[in-house]
Design a protein around this ligand. Structure first.
Ligand code: FEO
Length: 395
């Protein structure tokens, strides 16, 4: 297996993981993923750009079988899916030095137990010459760890972006062929990994807007030969106002909460509001799809029955994720049911401190099966949501 040419003397040496179905033991990977790594052969020096997840290290070494010397390893990001094979690379190429941000050095030493003398820290904007090729370092913190950076290969106009702009998509095609398919995978990836850091990503995107970029090469998924495709997508996801949409993650135990969710859904649809339901039952919900749905909506309404006076644990789990993902929602509410007493609303609303720009709308809880007055309260909630969306220009 020979390295795959991307540009003259720039090669793909990464690994496609067709079988992986979970990342971080949490994030579903319906289409697998890839760990992209690159070999750049300059006229004087050779650099390896990132490595691969440890369990696929043999793929990287197969690509490198005829490479006798590596002078530099460019380490964009410390997470083990990209750094995991670095210790073995340094064993095989003891002459290599690892170039990374000052913040990354400590992280790499903690995670990989590599000696300090292996590392060379680089400042933002600094360059490294390989002879006829020049690598420019661009600090890009918080995509999605604090130590991350991009690099720009000046002569070949390739921007390597670590996790940013990536997609969990195993493919034999190195470049994006079907933009619709990649849009979906990249949006899902943005929602799961990048959305909590949208504010910082805005700043990082400003740093690259004057570069002449022919290819964006992230560390996961296909590369972008039309960089504006993914840059525009990120601009929409980060900058656009929320949409006239309501996401309702819910669960039901004996049917009352489901009746309420269905009633609210119909009342919102009658007002022209888009509704996306996510049943949080085990084995039903795809949390990646829930995350993706949270990129756009103006409102989230959580639906929960009462379990031991609090929310159903699956709903608490879903609410924890929503809070962690920090979507740009402006309105938040809770609906649900209880048998004899409940603190579900207090618990749920106390779990979303990161949604500090969201107004909490009056919740609707019913005792037992919903009665006429409960349905009227849901009708009123639907009307309030619609009016709020309208007043804010989301309709
Ligand atoms: Fe793909 Fe944050 O590692």
């Amino acid at each position: 297996m020979d390295p795959i040419s991307v540009k003259p003397n720039v090669f793909y040496v990464g690994a496609v993981d067709w079988d992986r179905r979970l990342f971080d033991n949490l994030v579903p990977l319906p289409d697998g993923t890839s760990y992209n790594a690159f070999l750049i052969k300059g006229s004087e020096k050779t650099a390896l750009v990132d490595t691969v997840d440890f369990h696929m290290s043999e793929v990287l070494f197969e690509y490198l079988k005829d490479v006798d010397r590596i002078d530099y390893v460019i380490a964009h990001h410390g997470e083990q899916d990209h750094s995991g094979t670095l210790p073995k690379v340094l064993e095989r190429y003891p002459e290599a030095k690892v170039y990374l941000t000052p913040k990354a050095k400590g992280i790499f030493m903690d995670l990989l137990h590599l000696p300090e003398e292996k590392f060379v820290t680089v400042q933002d904007g600094e360059t490294l010459s390989l002879g006829d090729k020049t690598i420019q370092f661009i600090h890009a913190p918080w995509v999605h760890w604090p130590e991350t950076m991009f690099t720009y290969l000046q002569e070949d106009k390739i921007l390597f972006t670590a996790d940013c702009f990536g997609s969990h998509l195993a493919s034999s095609e190195l470049y994006v062929e079907d933009e619709c398919q990649v849009y979906e995978a990249a949006k899902r990836y943005f929602a799961e990994i990048m959305m909590p850091f949208s504010g910082v990503i805005k700043r990082n995107m400003k740093k690259i807007e004057n570069l002449n970029i022919e290819i964006i090469a992230p560390d996961h998924g296909p590369f972008y030969p039309r960089p504006e495709f993914i840059l525009d997508a990120y601009r929409h996801w980060i900058y656009d106002e929320p949409k006239n949409e309501v996401v309702i993650p819910y669960i039901s135990m004996h049917g009352s909460t489901k009746m309420m969710v269905d009633y609210l859904t119909a009342a919102l649809m009658a007002r022209g509001v888009t509704v996306k339901l996510f049943n949080l039952s085990d084995g039903v919900v795809d949390i990646g799809k829930l995350a993706m749905a949270l990129v756009d909506p103006a409102t989230v309404v959580v639906g929960t029955p009462t379990f031991l006076t609090g929310p159903h644990p699956n709903v608490a789990y879903g609410t924890f994720l929503i809070n962690a993902l920090r979507p740009k929602v402006r309105f938040f509410s809770v609906i649900g049911s209880y048998g004899w007493g409940t603190k579900a609303v207090d618990v749920i609303t106390g779990m979303v401190p990161n949604l500090n720009k969201a107004e909490i709308l009056d919740p609707v809880l019913c005792k037992g099966l919903p009665r006429e007055e409960d349905l009227k309260a849901l009708e009123a909630l639907a009307e309030t949501i619609y009016q709020k969306h309208k007043e804010n220009g989301f309709v």
